[in-house]
Design a protein around this ligand. Sequence first.
Ligand SMILES: CC(C)(COP(=O)(O)OP(=O)(O)OC[C@H]1O[C@@H](n2cnc3c(N)ncnc32)[C@H](O)[C@@H]1OP(=O)(O)O)[C@@H](O)C(=O)NCCC(=O)NCCS
Length: 193
Amino acid sequence: MTGQPASHESLPDGLTGLTVRGVEIIDALADLYGELHVVQVEAVGERLHAPARTVADAWAQRRETYRQWLEAGGFVVAAEGGDDIAAFAIVGITSGYAGWDVGAALGEVKDFVVGRAWRRRGVGRALLGVVASELADRGIAHWRLNVVVGNDDAVAFYRREGFDLTAVTLTGPPRTVMQRSPPGRTEARGSDG
Ligand SMILES: CC(C)(COP(=O)(O)OP(=O)(O)OC[C@H]1O[C@@H](n2cnc3c(N)ncnc32)[C@H](O)[C@@H]1OP(=O)(O)O)[C@@H](O)C(=O)NCCC(=O)NCCS
């Protein structure tokens, strides 16, 4: 169903539909990814003990990762309004768990963002519904996602949509590391450097 309208029920006026897309849409996701990056950086604060990248630098990295996920069988669900993308979810396909029988494959919502102007109007709910349908069409019943700590709005949204908390990520304090530069010399880099 790639590229075909998946649903336009219950979308606010101005949005023409939700479509399942692939790598061809990546460049149109840059601005919305930027909005997500800003939300995540603000939510995490100092906890990662590392400087946040600029939106442009973050996108340059994320864009390549998006390409890899999509080429490995993932997909994007996009909410489209005219020439613009109002919201999107990017979903990767990963192996099922060893310890629980969820089937061979698991869906993982990697990034999910509704543009500021479209929030609290049911777009996120509709988008998530199409993600679930697309996974089901591919024989995948189970799915998961991560939310950075501090993004309480997103947690409230996912809980409202039926998600349960099943894992916690802890980030250790950064350690001083030795990095080679140039060949033959080493240089201390890290929290005190
Ligand atoms: C989180 C986000 C995806 C929600 O999308 P949305 O389109 O605004 O959500 P919906 O309008 O479909 O809301 C569905 C339900 O979720 C809940 N919800 C949504 N946003 C919420 C918020 N900010 N606070 C509390 N509950 C919220 C509501 O209960 C809502 O149902 P209701 O309107 O009937 O009460 C959107 O706010 C967003 O993109 N935020 C910035 C990026 C982000 O944090 N992405 C998630 C990264 S993991």
